[in-house]
Design a protein around this ligand. Structure first.
Ligand SMILES: *Cc1c(COP(=O)(O)O)cnc(C)c1O
Length: 443
């Protein structure tokens, strides 16, 4: 019985030959068994060559070995089968999965940990950056090592796979931190853990009364879609509201197999999001991006973020100028359904969190009019109200004429720009700690 297509059948048969010296036909149930896929993950250039029927020169190989000593190769047979071997050097699947000597180039502004995740880390495995939500790294394993990984510093780092005791410490931190209402499970890939382990983590998190939502970030629907089994889905379903964010970067990654995986998740009532990374020579093109977004939406995934590539060491060849992202947004906003359009973000170097970037639509304004332009270039005006009675807000909601009874809403202090905008905080400016003029006043 053929697998999905001829090239997948051929790859499966070759793997069978290489690994078991058995030339009998391999059955579809093997190919679609995620454990079979993981067991036969390709980590070696010569096997990669054999499977795709390609040959690197001795010089190329030498360069690749140097890269792989630092950033290893790991690709599932399934993801490898998506590479177009006739033009592999320009193939977006190949570029995301196969090492390049450009990864050894470290530019002046590159950082090991650009998002300072290891600093905003109250206990191992937790990154607590935003007021009400935390990132919990539950796994350090991935089915495929994305060459553009933002956590490249940890790729292949088998020494730091968290065990149950370590994860329990992270869960305890969440339990003891009542402001946290949203937990993001990330890694590595949380779905690389065994079912019962995932079940245990979700069970423990769901016991915490202040946790409203749980999110899981996974690339398995892209690189190992067979991981989305009925058993896994029936575990996930028990812990709603549970959201899943995946990571498709190119329309070619949407295949019969990935569609099947996505349908299982969506049918289980799991809202699906997608986080793409804008990558040079992979998806830095308005047409490719639009085609990807349309395919995502057809598969019930709401595009969530499009990331500017981080300043991680070894990613300089993947980075595009910010202008490319803005150009892509220009081609989308107004031109396609609003919910096809992700928010374009730069994750602030140093750990400031995600910063949204947009083309400018507000051109000018006077005391009662704003001037806007639309996606077609039409310049228009919006007349603001002649009278608007500002409501002085002292945060005494019981006395407020809006009569909003905010049952259970917690009192949060204003922070950041919100501090400057509100009526009840006396702060009139935010001043950098090392401002010389202010320091002179104090001394
Ligand atoms: C991205 C991220 C989050 C979640 O941010 P959202 O904008 O809510 O998706 C939380 N914590 C960390 C450390 C993150 O990097």
């Amino acid at each position: 019985m053929p697998i999905y297509d001829k090239s997948q059948q051929k790859i499966a048969e070759k793997i069978n030959l290489i690994t078991t010296r058995n030339d009998s036909k391999i059955h579809i149930s093997n190919w679609k068994n995620w454990r079979w896929q993981v067991k036969h993950t390709i980590r070696d250039i010569s096997i990669f060559e054999k499977l795709l029927n390609i040959k690197f020169s001795a010089l190329e190989k030498k360069g690749l070995e140097v890269t792989m000593a630092k950033f290893p190769l790991s690709i599932t047979p399934y993801y490898l089968s998506l590479i177009n071997k006739d033009n592999y050097k320009n193939d977006p699947i190949f570029k995301q999965s196969f090492p390049s000597k450009a990864e050894l180039r470290i530019t002046k502004y590159d950082m090991r940990d650009p998002l300072a995740e290891d600093k905003d880390c109250p206990v191992p495995g937790i990154t607590h950056r935003y007021p009400d939500r935390v990132l919990l790294q539950v796994s350090n394993i991935c089915a495929m090592y994305c060459r553009h990984c933002t956590r490249k510093r940890k790729v292949g780092d088998i020494d730091s796979i968290p065990d149950k005791k370590e994860i329990a410490k992270g869960i305890k931190y969440i339990k003891n931190t009542p402001v946290v209402r949203d937990v993001l499970l990330s890694g590595g890939d949380p779905f690389m853990l065994p079912d019962d382990y995932i079940d245990w983590i979700l069970f423990e998190l769901r016991k915490i009364p202040h946790i409203e939502i749980i999110r899981i970030g996974t690339r398995t629907p892209v690189v190992l879609p067979y991981r989305i089994t009925d058993d896994l889905v029936s575990i996930l379903k028990k812990y709603h509201p549970l959201w899943v964010n995946t990571h498709f970067n190119h329309p070619r990654e949407i295949t019969a197999s990935s569609k099947e995986a996505l349908a299982k998740l969506a049918d289980a009532g799991i809202p699906l999001g997608n986080q793409s990374v804008l990558l040079a020579d992979v998806n830095d093109c308005p047409r490719i991006m639009k085609s990807l977004l349309h395919k995502l939406v057809q598969n019930r995934i709401r595009p969530y973020y499009m990331y500017q590539c981080d300043l991680t060491e070894g990613l300089s060849h993947f980075r595009t100028p910010i202008g490319k992202g803005i150009e892509i947004l220009e081609s989308l906003i107004g031109h396609t359904s609003g919910f096809c359009i992700p928010t374009y973000v730069i994750d602030a170097p140093g750990g400031g969190g995600k910063i949204p970037i947009m083309p400018n639509y507000l051109i000018s304004w006077s005391t009662n009019k704003v001037v806007l332009r639309n996606y077609e270039g039409i310049i228009t005006t919006y007349k603001e109200p002649d009278s608007y009675e500002p409501i002085f807000c002292d945060r005494d909601c019981d006395e407020c004429k809006l009569h909003l009874h905010l049952d259970g809403a917690e009192e949060s202090k204003a922070i950041g720009i919100g501090k400057l905008l509100n009526d009840y905080d006396k702060t009139i400016s935010l001043i950098p700690r090392d401002n010389e003029r202010i320091n002179r006043r104090d001394s």
